[in-house]
Design a protein around this ligand. Structure first.
Ligand code: BTN
Length: 248
């Protein structure tokens, strides 16, 4: 089955990631998608909430059952799929910020939240959650995030057809997930770097669990980690390690 062959759309839920997890535990097939018109407790990364106004955005979760290791590449391949789908439907090029942000300039249009489930140490499923701001007006965002948030409608000044965007997104996700499943890590990391807001050789500051880390950005490694050169030594970070980051 391909991603998007089954799309279950609900009017409202707390979080599509939670709903998808329930369905995954019950044995739903890989590729099943859950979409909700609104989320009452949408979740973002690093314990933040994801504001999910009714019928303004795309709130979707995809059930994956990867047979390969290196699942840290999944948010990266999802970012690439989002970028491709936006380019195909609207003709604009958005940027990606490692590991899970979709940006327009400095403003956020979307984000990715991957959560996995294990039985013992055996991976059972990955829930790939995608949130995209489609038809939000500025006042649809809570005041505190307004300056950093935008929507595809605000950018293009056109109403965004969610059905078309979804169709392109499932197609693009199938493409990138197939590369992932075939072990073509390099295609994912190279493409991600090409579309990333970070440029090799520039100084970057991150706040990770180790505290503040400053270094020179040296790219993405083959397992999806971000490589920094810190006082002449190369160190890699994984999504979960980074709490905040700022560009110097
Ligand atoms: C981020 O912090 O950038 C990640 C945001 C992810 C939001 C999506 S919306 C669909 C899915 N369900 C959730 O509760 N979160 C993700």
């Amino acid at each position: 089955m391909n991603i998007g062959d089954i799309v279950n759309t609900v009017e409202s839920c707390s979080s599509t990631n939670d709903l998808a997890r329930e369905v995954a535990v019950e044995g739903a097939e890989e590729g099943t998608v859950i979409v909700s018109r609104e989320q009452t407790r949408g979740r973002g990364t690093r314990g933040k909430s994801w504001y999910s106004a009714k019928e303004k955005g795309l709130y979707a979760s995809v059930i994956l059952r990867p047979q390969r290791p290196h699942i840290s590449l999944i948010p990266l391949m999802a970012g690439l799929a989002v970028k491709d789908a936006i380019a195909e439907t609207l003709g604009i090029q958005v940027d990606l910020r490692w590991p899970n942000d979709v940006l327009w300039g400095d403003q956020k249009i979307g984000g990715i939240l991957c959560e996995s489930g294990f039985f013992g140490n055996q991976l059972q499923y990955v829930i790939l959650g995608i949130g995209l701001n489609l038809n939000h007006e500025k006042e649809d965002f809570p005041e505190e995030i307004r300056p950093q948030a935008t929507s595809l409608k605000l950018i293009t000044e056109r109403f965004i057809d969610e059905t078309l965007l979804q169709r392109c997104l499932w197609k693009a996700l199938n493409h990138w997930y197939q590369l992932f499943s075939q072990g073509e890590e390099d295609k994912i990391t190279t493409s991600f770097e090409r579309n990333s807001v970070f440029c090799r050789g520039e100084s970057v500051t991150f706040v990770s669990e180790r505290g503040k880390v400053e270094g020179i950005y040296r790219g993405i490694n083959s397992v999806g980690g971000l490589v920094l050169e810190e006082q002449g030594r190369k160190v890699s970070f994984f999504a979960a390690e980074v709490k905040e980051r700022e560009r110097k």
